[in-house]
Design a protein around this ligand. Structure first.
Ligand code: HEM
Ligand SMILES: N[C@@H](CC(=O)c1ccccc1NC=O)C(=O)O
Length: 265
């Protein structure tokens, strides 16, 4: 067999592992179950897009958790690599909204009422990403309705454990920068920004955090537009004011000091 002639049995060897069995496609593709009767054509789109989001959220949490652990251990290289992958996932999450935009508001209404009181507000993984990134609001755990014990445990654990921001501060401290007060930290950012030759990895890491922050801010902004396009200013199925609530979340930042620092440069 020469190198460039494929074995005619290519893909058949062993006969045990298959594409479908490795990827558990029977199970995966059996999980899209529209509820509406009579069937609403766009409900399959709605379920599929949310499931795709949750898969990407799962991978993002895997990456961010490893980035956080490595920062706490004093590493800078792989945490930045992990954050870059998350940024690519985040961009995908933002552009995926285009698919929802192909649904008209009147078609959404054919199954919307059947969704209440469920809402994206109850996405545990979304809130885990916020907590792990550094935006910890314990109020959200109490406001969740219908959490399983395992989901509640996940959220409480994320609230309790160090965030990516804690990891970043650990790395700054390991490089000799005091980080106790905000003024200490602003002094550290200035030193790092003005001596990239010496502090390149720390600068790149801070910028990767800003990118991560920006990606989720873009998602919040894109989500509000999608919501207003679908339901205008109606209240949400989750019981919030809808777009007014979501607009108040657009201003949120994971790392406000890294944004504030821009004004001080
Ligand atoms: C037709 C499309 C959509 C509409 C009309 C919509 C509407 C809303 C509304 C009104 C809320 C506020 C909570 C409430 O009272 O219900 C909300 C929250 C949320 N939605 Fe959506 N949504 C849509 C699609 C999506 C998609 C595709 C995702 C992806 C996972 C998503 C994720 C979320 C999340 C994570 C929240 C909580 C945001 C926060 O608390 O900051 N939504 N959505
Ligand atoms: N909150 C949306 C409904 C909605 O979008 C939704 C419903 C159930 C599960 C996920 C959802 N997605 C995002 O909020 C609404 O008020 O129309």
């Amino acid at each position: 067999m020469t190198d460039n002639v494929p074995d005619p049995r290519f893909g058949e060897q062993g006969g045990l592992l298959t594409y479908g069995s490795y990827l558990r496609l029977l199970e995966l593709l059996d999980q899209q179950r529209p509820q509406t009767d009579p069937p609403a054509h766009d409900e399959l789109l709605f379920i599929t897009i949310h499931q795709a989001y949750e898969l990407w959220f799962k991978l993002a949490l895997h990456e961010l958790t490893d980035a956080r652990d490595r920062l706490l251990a004093g590493e800078t290289y792989l945490p930045r690599v992990r954050l870059e992958r998350c940024r690519a996932i985040g961009r995908l999450a933002v552009s995926q909204v285009d698919v929802i935009d192909t649904m008209t508001p009147q078609d959404f209404l054919t199954f919307r009422t059947a969704l209440a009181p469920a809402s994206g507000f109850q996405s545990v993984q979304f809130r885990e990403i916020e907590f792990l990134s550094g935006l910890k609001d314990p109020g959200y755990v109490d406001r969740f309705r219908g959490l399983t014990d395992a989901e509640r445990d996940n959220l409480l654990r994320r609230l309790d454990e160090p965030s990516l921001w804690d990891g970043f501060l650990r790395v700054l401290a390991a490089a000799g920068f005091p980080t106790d007060s905000a003024e200490d930290r602003f002094a550290a950012y200035a030193t790092i920004a003005h001596d990239r030759n010496r502090y390149g990895p720390l600068w790149d890491l801070a910028e990767a955090l800003v990118e991560h922050d920006q990606t989720w801010a873009l998602w919040r902004a894109r989500h509000v537009l999608m919501v207003e396009r679908q339901i205008g200013t109606k209240t949400g199925t989750g019981g919030s004011s809808g777009s007014a609530y979501l607009r108040s979340r657009v201003e949120l930042r994971f790392y406000p000091e890294l944004w504030e620092f821009r004004s001080r440069l």
